[in-house]
Design a protein around this ligand. Structure first.
Ligand code: MOS
Length: 758
């Protein structure tokens, strides 16, 4: 065991190495744009240089003269793809259907040539004349439209509230009132966004890094107006996802349409800067929070009024008040979410879409109120912890927040914290310690799988789930290895292909919960068949009931140690293989969820939607050091303790949480896409100027896995933790900066210039 492979504690699986580790480090794992395809043509996207208006005309003469050019697809010759509803796709705009421009960087043409160089040259020579209008860029820009989320999107079902929060706030003896903002952020996964489309007669194969091959299969078919049975989407490896490859974007069907028209396979790799405008991003948010408490630190009122940016055509919302309104035992709650519509692309998912920005605001406010109360910020959270949510009084299935704070505080040495501002100064360094709560809803969805066990003890699992770098191959294999009593090395898993039985989107941190529950169910069916076979045959286990039997080390074993090797058990069964196709749906669901899954529609359950609250929790404690002379901000150490039900594999779990915390530090100190207010254009559209942390930015990072057993969330008992780690981090850093300097920086990222004069 090591830091990277923590010793399993109660209800945790072994830190087995990733099934795909060797494939990845040797380059054997082929990503979508690596796959060899014969007779390939190359596509290059051309995107709009205005944010609002219309295309007046194209001048394609020079572009068409480039040797090797095959064709140029624009709204003039390639319209007719069917636009989708937001939700079924990342946007309701199908850009080649009209000359209308909704935002800067919108796709306006696909140039296809025999070589990438020719396509790039022709794209460069394509001329566009626009009728441009003045765009609205962001919050407070002239011309934005502000509408309530409630009633304008079915994704925001309520503005949670309880009691008379205004009156309680007015009467509260201790209170704070502040505005917090989070910026535009873009994914910048290492793997670029690519699409390769190849037709064989009327059948289409799409290689595209995707978090949801069934969603894309069905979506592309709808956009093209063809039978989904004719479309196959393949994505066995995905190089960075976290929402950026979740919803279907228009480029896939555009490339498919062009490939059909040219009768050639086409590969199109969006450039790094096109990744800022042709796929999903996190929109800026702004939160007005008022909170009041009694002198003992009991919260009396919590009011959060939030704004999120969205596009003109689509009312996208993340609506994190769903979570924040229920986080603590507040006496009264008032929340509201408004959408601000501007001339921007439709935002979409990015790691912890609602929880990241909304919890940043709440946890920052919690720190401010703790300071106002002269109370330790961890003690303040303990004081207001609750086992039932305050809006409707529903219980959490499990909630180990206080335990997480306890373990994190011990590991961090929190008791040595001097609460006075700047009191922990160390020479030239101003030292601050801060903390915040992490949380993420537990989602479980319907899933299916085919599981095969052979008489020689080999297991194969097939399911169209996705390993987006998270360890899905490994934990899915691990569940089968445990239940079928075969060594992990004997298990293979095939994922990421719509030719396999469907599984949900690799989103909402549901994959481990959903698919491990499915594999568990399928393995139990296989066990039942083997148990029945040995019980009904002659031999040492004849007549035994299933409760007395187990599978271990390639044998059926009885509680007294009597055993029948698989070879004999299969002989008794009269077959050399058992293959189970299994369908699973979570409690509260129905077989209809499976039918919808086949059609590429999602029905994730859990979180705050049901009769009980299902959430994972964590506590993050950070130290920041700010150089007194240069204001350089460092995070020398961070400790996170997390409880997320059953941990399938402590290595992959730690890795996810570590990545989340690094992303959290990144959001606190580095990441921001700047929007030019005049042109509504992203300014820093590359990874030179879009800042992310490098190794030198991350020092001591400790992940503690806190034991927790929750048998209610799903049969696997798994809460999921892919998105848990980056929630709260930014608030913890912000609080630590305050503790070090006395300066409250309520807009992230916090940068050196914010601290000049501090
Ligand atoms: Mo995640 S943003 O649900 O891929």
């Amino acid at each position: 065991m090591s830091d990277a492979a923590p010793e399993p504690r109660a209800n945790m699986g072994l830190p087995l190495k990733r099934m795909d580790a060797r494939r990845k480090v040797t380059g054997e794992a082929r990503y979508a744009a690596d796959l060899p395809v014969g007779n390939l043509a190359y596509g290059v996207l051309v995107t709009s240089r205005i944010a609002r208006g219309r295309i007046k005309s194209f001048d394609l003469g020079e572009a068409h003269a480039v040797p090797g050019l095959l064709d140029i697809f624009t709204y003039e010759n390639a319209s007719g793809l069917k636009a989708q509803r937001l939700g079924n796709a990342a946007t309701s705009v199908m850009p080649l259907n009209s000359p209308q421009i909704w935002y800067d960087g919108q796709i306006i043409a696909l140039v296809v040539a025999n070589t990438l160089e020719a396509a790039e040259e022709a794209a460069f020579k394509l001329r566009v004349d626009y009728d441009a209008e003045n765009p609205s860029a962001t919050f407070d820009s002239p011309g934005v439209e502000v509408i309530p989320a409630l009633g304008n999107t079915d994704r925001h079902k309520e503005d949670p509230k309880v009691g008379d929060a205004e009156a309680a706030f007015a009467a509260a003896p201790v209170k704070i009132d502040a505005v917090y903002t989070t910026p535009t952020e873009h994914h910048n996964a290492i793997e670029l966004f690519s699409t390769t489309c190849a037709w064989t007669n009327d059948e289409l194969t799409v290689n595209d890094p995707s978090q949801f091959v069934y969603g894309w299969k069905n979506g592309v078919a709808r956009e093209l107006g063809i039978d989904p049975a004719k479309v196959r989407v393949v994505a066995p490896y995905v190089g960075g996802a976290f929402g950026s490859k979740g919803p279907l974007t228009p480029r896939t069907a555009i490339v498919a349409l062009a490939a059909k028209k040219l009768n050639r396979p086409i590969r199109c790799v969006a450039t790094r800067d096109q990744g800022f405008t042709t796929v999903t991003y996190r929109a800026e948010t702004r939160h007005h929070i008022r909170m009041g408490a009694d002198p003992t630190g009991k919260i009396l009122a919590f009011l959060q009024e939030s704004e999120e940016l969205t596009s003109r055509p689509d009312n996208y919302v993340v609506g994190g008040t769903d979570t924040t309104a229920r986080m603590y035992g507040y006496g009264s709650v008032l929340t509201k979410v408004n959408l601000v519509k501007a001339d921007r692309g439709t935002p979409a998912y990015m790691r912890s879409p609602p929880e990241f920005p909304y919890m940043y605001a709440l946890e920052s406010a919690m720190d401010e109120l703790a300071v106002a109360l002269k109370m330790d910020p961890i003690e303040f959270r303990r004081k207001n912890d609750t086992k039932t949510e305050p809006i409707k009084g529903r219980p959490y299935t499990s909630r180990s927040l206080v335990e997480c704070y306890g373990e994190a505080a011990r590991a961090f040495g929190w008791e040595k914290r001097d609460p006075n501002i700047g009191a922990m100064r160390d020479g030239d360094w101003l030292v601050g310690w801060g903390c915040a709560t992490a949380c993420y809803p537990t989602h479980t969805g319907a899933a299916t799988a085919r599981i095969r066990l052979t008489s020689d003890g080999l297991v194969r699992i097939q399911t169209a789930a996705h390993d987006v770098g998270t360890g899905a191959y490994t934990v899915i294999g691990q569940m089968a290895s445990e239940r079928l009593g075969v060594p992990f090395e004997k298990v293979t898993a095939e994922l990421g292909d719509s030719a396999l039985p469907p599984a949900p989107v690799a989103g909402g941190s549901n994959t481990t919960a959903s698919v491990c529950s499915t594999v568990l169910k399928g393995c139990n069916e296989i066990r039942g068949k083997l148990f029945a076979a040995v019980a009904s045959a002659k031999g040492p286990l004849a007549g035994r009931g299933p409760g007395d039997l187990d599978l271990r080390d390639g044998k059926v074993v009885g509680s007294d140690g009597a055993a029948v090797p698989f070879a004999d058990a299969f002989k008794a069964l009269g077959s050399s293989v058992i293959e189970e196709y299994v369908e699973f749906f979570p409690e509260g669901g129905s077989p209809d969820d499976v039918r919808k899954l086949y059609a590429g529609q999602l029905a994730l359950r859990g979180g705050s939607a049901g009769e009980k609250m299902m959430y994972a929790f964590g506590a993050e404690l950070v130290e920041v050091r700010i150089n007194a002379r240069t204001r350089e901000i460092r995070v020398p150490r961070i400790v996170g303790a997390f409880a997320a039900g059953r941990i399938m594999n402590t290595r992959t779990a730690r890795s996810q949480l570590m990545g989340g915390m690094i992303w959290g530090i990144s959001s606190a100190l580095h990441e921001k896409t700047d929007v030019d207010l005049h042109t509504a254009r992203y300014v820093n559209r590359d990874i030179a100027e879009y800042h992310v942390p490098v190794n030198a930015d991350i020092r001591e990072l400790t992940v503690i896995l806190v034991p927790e057993t929750d048998n209610e969330v799903n049969p696997a008992g798994v809460k999921g933790l892919g998105e848990l780690g980056n929630v709260g981090t930014a608030a913890a850093v912000q609080s630590a900066v305050y503790h070090a300097t006395g300066k409250r920086i309520r807009s992230i990222p916090i940068r050196i210039d914010d601290l000049i004069g501090a």
